[in-house]
Design a protein around this ligand. Structure first.
Ligand SMILES: [Zn+2]
Length: 337
């Protein structure tokens, strides 16, 4: 069970929430905004736990009392979380949520309602919530969670205290991945480096991404000595789905980046794939920095094309031929013309 003290990063927000609880100056409504996967909902639920815990100390839940146990089992009457049912958060959900708080907390001092992906409330749902926000009830705390605060109805968001969650720093992601997966630092480093500050994405990359990393490594080795047929064969062996191909290209970029950094600095301490320095030093002998920069740019361009909906096999064939140094750069020629 995650308490406020277990939240990774967001130190100022956690301090402010604990301070509010200790002083009793808890807002009646919060808007937790920030990128996907950085811990907004986790923090909202941990704050709810702290608010309803009967033995709360220092602004955090105890994790062991009867209230904490009931929150953990999802049966505490004073903590409810709603989110989109299908594509939207519907007015019937918001009505139910508002009806439940009309009489204030059932058990302790506070009752907490959390709306996840609050930007997905329909206009009717948002207007219905607005009525509740306009007449705050004592002991009632509403937390809206969103990655797109600009899409939340202005009249709703202006009634909330805003908390902005920043992307997590890489070293915090590394710490968190080590703690959550039990893997050593050199194994979690690639996922932490690629995650763009999102712990959720880092975990996805770690679980699905290590296979992609091995695949990327094999592809680069084979492309280093490939002819046209080999390059085309590699493209047809690669995963056919867009969802798997994009992380694969991310990993190829990461390997090429490491080879380039090793070429330039000779310093294994700067490698993301630090566990593979032997292989990287061998590849570093085969490519110049200028060539590696071109390969990284080519891979990045192919990635962008895939995100824009290009055919996976065609994009990979064209990319792998180019990485193997085989064909004139058709795209660049097109750009020139
Ligand atoms: Zn407790």
């Amino acid at each position: 069970m995650i308490l406020l003290k277990d939240i990774i990063g967001h130190d100022e927000i956690i301090r402010a929430l604990k301070g509010a609880l200790v002083s009793g100056r808890v807002s009646h409504a919060y808007l937790f905004a920030g990128p996907r996967g950085v811990g907004k909902l986790t923090t909202a639920v941990a704050f709810a736990r702290a608010l309803v815990c009967s033995l709360a100390a220092g602004g955090d839940a105890c994790g062991e009392c009867d209230s904490c146990g009931r929150v953990k089992r999802g049966v505490h009457p004073d903590v409810r979380v709603i989110g989109p049912e299908g594509a939207t958060v519907k007015i019937s959900q918001v009505r139910q949520l508002s009806a439940g708080i009309r009489f204030g907390p059932a058990a302790g001092r506070w009752t907490v309602r959390i709306v996840d992906e609050a930007d997905k409330m329909t206009a009717e749902a948002a207007n219905s919530l607005l009525k509740t926000l306009e007449e705050p009830l004592p002991g009632v705390v509403i937390i809206l969670v969103t990655a797109r605060p600009q899409a939340v109805l202005q009249t709703v968001s202006s009634r909330c205290q805003h908390m902005y969650f920043q992307p997590l720093l890489k070293h915090r992601l590394v710490e968190a991945l080590i703690r959550l997966t039990g893997a050593p630092e050199d194994e979690v480093l690639p996922a932490a480096s690629l995650a763009g500050g999102s712990l959720g994405r880092a975990l996805d990359l770690f679980s699905g991404g290590l296979a992609a990393r091995d695949r990327a490594r094999r592809i680069i080795h084979r492309l280093a000595a490939a002819g046209v047929e080999d390059a085309l064969a590699l493209a047809s062996e690669a995963p056919a789905s867009r969802e798997e191909t994009i992380p694969l290209l991310d990993m190829i970029i990461l390997w090429l980046r490491d080879v380039m950094v090793y070429n330039e600095t000779g310093d294994p301490g700067q490698l993301i794939n630090a566990d593979s320095r032997g292989e990287i030093s061998i590849l570093a002998d085969q490519f110049t920095t200028g060539r590696l920069l071109e390969m990284i740019a080519d891979t990045d361009r192919a990635r962008g094309r895939l995100e824009a909906g290009a055919n996976v096999l065609l994009a990979l064939e064209s990319l792998f031929l180019r990485l193997a140094g085989m064909i004139p750069d058709l795209d660049r020629q097109e750009e020139v013309v």
